[in-house]
Design a protein around this ligand. Structure first.
Ligand code: ADE
Ligand code: ZN
Length: 317
C-alpha cells in the first residue's frame, strides 16, 4: 500500500502551513529566536498535541505559531512541508496561511509572504511541485479586521490565488464575511471556506450562496441535509475532507464511522487532505492509509479521490 500510495499523483487542497509545524522544528525555531516555551521537551509537546475538539486544538496551534518570527522561519516551515509532499507523491498543493495569526503578534505581513513564497518558488523549481497560496481570514475576528488584512496583503497580490475562512466555526457563520469575500472576488481571487466541520449544514449553504465559494473545506456535515447533498453533487462542488483531523477533533468518534467513502459513492466530489498534519498524526498518505485500514478503501476509490484532488485545483500548469 505504501509504495503504491506514494506513486499515486495527488494534490493537497486543505493544508494549513502553521499546522505543519512539527515539534522538532518548533523547538529549533524557539531556540533560534530565543523564545522560552511552556513545554519541557519535544515529548511533552507531543503529549499536549492530544487535543479533543477544535477550540482546544486552535489554542495550541496559535501558541505554537508564536515561534515563527523571521522570513527564514516561514521559509523553513514551508520547505519542510514541500519535502513531505515530494516523498508522498503530492505533485500540487494549495496551502493556507493565516496572516492575522502573525500580524496580531507584530510580525510584518511582508516577512510572512516573502518566506512562504520563496519556498513555494523553490519547490516548483527544485522539487517540481506546483502550488498556489491561499490567504485565510480568522473567523473569530471581525469582518473589519478581515478587510484590513486583505488591504494589507494587496501589494503582494501576485503571491496568492485566493482567500479562505478558518478558525472557530460555531458562532461565526460565513454570513459575517459576505462583504469581504465579495471584495476579494472582485480582485480576481478564488474563494473557499471551512464550513460543516463543527458547524451545521446551514453554514455550507451560506458559504455557497453568500460567499460564493468554489470549494468547501471539510463539509462533512452536508450529509445531514439531503437537499444540500443533491446541490453539491449537481454542481460538483469539491469538498476538501480531512479524515485524521475529523477523528482527532471528534467530528467522528472513530475512523470506522467516517462517511467519506459514502460521500464519494453519492457522487460528491470529495478529496483527501491532512489539514494540520503535525497535530493530527499524519500527512496525506497517512490519511489515505487510515481510510484503507479502517474503511476498506479500494484502490479504485483511492484513484478516484486522487483524481478529484487534481480536478479540483485552481492552478493548472
Ligand atoms: N485552522 C487550522 N486548522 C483548522 C481547522 N481544522 N478548522 C478550522 N480552523 C483551522
Ligand atoms: Zn482546516
Amino acid at each position: 500500500m505504501d509504495n503504491w500510495l506514494n506513486a499515486l499523483a495527488k494534490a493537497e487542497l486543505h493544508l494549513h502551513l502553521e499546522g505543519a509545524l512539527e515539534p522538532e522544528l518548533l523547538f529549533q525555531l524557539a531556540e533560534r529566536n530565543r523564545i522560552s516555551l511552556p513545554w519541557a521537551d519535544i515529548d511533552s509537546l507531543r503529549q499536549a498535541y492530544a487535543c479533543h475538539n477544535l477550540q482546544e486544538f486552535l489554542d495550541l496551534y496559535y501558541q505554537g505559531a508564536n515561534v515563527l518570527r523571521e522570513e527564514q522561519d516561514f521559509y523553513d516551515l514551508t520547505w519542510a512541508y514541500l519535502c513531505k509532499c515530494q516523498a508522498q507523491g503530492v505533485v500540487h498543493c494549495e496551502p493556507f496561511f493565516d496572516p492575522q495569526t502573525h500580524t496580531e503578534r507584530g510580525i510584518p505581513l511582508q516577512r510572512v509572504i516573502a518566506g512562504i513564497s520563496q519556498a513555494l518558488a523553490d519547490g516548483r523549481r527544485q522539487l517540481g511541485i506546483s502550488s498556489g497560496l491561499i490567504l485565510s481570514f480568522l473567523r473569530h475576528l471581525s469582518e473589519e479586521q478581515a478587510f484590513a488584512t486583505l488591504a494589507e496583503a494587496m501589494p503582494w497580490r501576485d503571491s496568492f490565488i485566493g482567500v479562505g475562512l478558518d478558525s472557530s466555526e460555531l458562532g461565526h457563520p460565513p454570513s459575517k464575511f459576505q462583504r469581504v469575500f465579495a471584495k476579494a472576488r472582485s480582485e480576481g481571487l478564488h474563494a473557499v471556506a471551512h464550513a460543516g466541520e463543527e458547524g451545521p449544514p446551514a453554514y455550507i449553504w451560506e458559504a455557497l450562496d453568500l460567499l460564493k465559494v468554489e470549494r468547501i473545506d471539510h463539509g462533512v456535515r452536508a450529509m445531514e441535509d439531503p437537499r444540500l447533498v443533491q446541490r453539491l453533487v449537481d454542481e460538483q462542488i469539491p469538498l476538501t475532507v480531512c479524515p485524521l483531523s475529523n477523528v482527532k477533533l471528534r467530528v467522528f468518534d472513530d475512523m470506522r464511522q467516517h462517511t467519506i467513502l459514502s460521500m464519494l459513492e453519492c457522487g460528491l466530489k470529495v478529496t483527501v487532505n491532512s489539514d494540520d498534519p503535525a497535530y493530527f498524526g499524519g500527512y496525506l498518505n497517512e490519511n489515505f492509509q487510515a481510510l484503507h485500514d479502517s474503511l476498506g478503501m479500494s484502490q479504485a476509490q483511492a484513484r478516484q479521490l486522487a483524481q478529484n484532488s487534481l480536478d479540483a485545483r485552481f492552478v493548472r500548469n
